[in-house]
Design a protein around this ligand. Structure first.
Ligand code: TXA
Ligand code: MG
Length: 321
């Protein structure tokens, strides 16, 4: 296994150039995106991709999402249907990933495609990610920068806590605005929702019409959607009334006695942005206090609340390992 120093790289021209150099040499780094931090490597380089799997401890059958600077770059690697073009024009750059048929001669490592004839593509909106991608002659494979099965990172300190020593550097882009992974759609026709995420279904459906859903935990369309994903170490319970004061209590909405809160005002966008950092903090608190359970208040199942509940359900699911 590779051992690295894991440097924090400044979000300026020098830091981006240093990150680009490391990536061109086949190393892996964490990059900020508006959703969560990604563990990035050259998607055309087998060694770089193998390092990503190694660092995450990820099952090999799981294909890797790739990141590109522009729609034109996406058209060179994948085939965009009329539906995909409309979605790309409406939501890229942004928190949407499209699963598209690969174009012959795409040049991606077989570790990225995992033998599928499709590829998951995202064009992030984060200015640091965009500057980095524009400086590179290759796409970046970048799954979320957490150990496999653990909570996604929304800050450089989360990445350090999970993966220190396993990646060459972390480009410091501060805290992620959206805080939830991208929404994943198979472009179709007809388009299908594979993972709820940072772009709400209600925002997509005016473009696509009613979306077919294929996000049953365990039944795998986006293969990383395993039921016990996003797990903290302490056992999570959902929709709890927060009365058990031996547990770490996570509230939602006003007037709730809790240790931590997703949003005091009951704002789903704020709750989404806070979700993973609150789970990280709840886990640390549980560890400090010797608590074995985390209880979370009910979060309404609309808009980004659906993606929040999807992540909480997976975090609460029985462990595979
Ligand atoms: O917001 C995001 O999407 C973040 C940032 C870093 O971009 N990335 C992320 O990556 O969440 P990851 O690997 O944690 O989730 C991507 C999901 C995985 O469940 C993977 O199995 C699925 O996308 N995926 C990748 N390629 C696929 C394909 N060809 N068909 C279906 N699902 C695919
Ligand atoms: Mg992930």
């Amino acid at each position: 296994m590779s051992q690295y120093q894991t440097e924090l790289l400044a979000p300026d021209a020098a830091g981006i150039a240093q990150a680009a150099g490391l990536l061109a040499d086949g190393h892996i780094i964490a990059m900020p995106t508006e959703t969560v931090y990604g563990l990035a490597g050259d998607a055309t380089n087998d060694v770089a991709c193998a390092r990503i799997f190694d660092a995450k401890g990820r099952p090999r059958f799981n294909p890797l999402i790739i990141h590109l600077p522009s729609l034109d770059a996406a058209r060179q690697i994948a085939v965009l249907t009329k539906e995909a073009e409309a979605l790309a024009k409406a939501f890229w750059p942004g928190p949407l990933t499209l699963v598209l048929p690969l174009r012959p001669g795409h040049g991606l490592s077989q570790l990225v495609t995992a033998g599928l004839n499709t590829v998951a593509i995202r064009i992030p909106a984060h200015p640091i990610a965009r500057a980095l991608l524009s400086a590179l002659p290759f796409p970046l494979a970048a799954p979320s920068a957490n150990p496999s099965g653990r909570i996604s990172p929304t800050s450089p300190s989360h990445v350090m806590a999970g993966l220190k020593g396993k990646l060459a550097g972390i480009l410091d882009g501060g805290t992620c605005d959206v805080g939830l992974e991208s929404t994943i759609l198979a472009a179709g026709p007809p388009p299908r929702l594979l993972r709820e995420g940072g772009l709400a279904r209600e925002t997509i459906e005016p473009i696509t019409g009613p979306l077919l859903t294929d996000t049953t935990p365990g039944k795998v369309q986006a293969p990383g959607q395993l039921s016990s994903h996003y797990a903290p170490v302490a056992q999570l319970h959902m929709d709890s009334n927060l009365l058990d004061d031996r547990a770490i209590r996570i509230g939602y909405g006003p007037g709730m006695a809790s240790d931590l809160t997703l949003s005091t005002s009951g704002d789903l966008v704020e709750a989404a942005a806070n979700l993973f950092s609150i789970l990280h903090r709840a886990d640390a608190l549980a560890n400090e206090r010797g608590a074995t359970e985390i209880h979370v208040a009910e979060v309404p199942n609309r808009g980004l609340g659906r993606a929040i509940n999807d992540r909480l359900n997976r975090a609460a699911a029985p462990r595979a390992d």
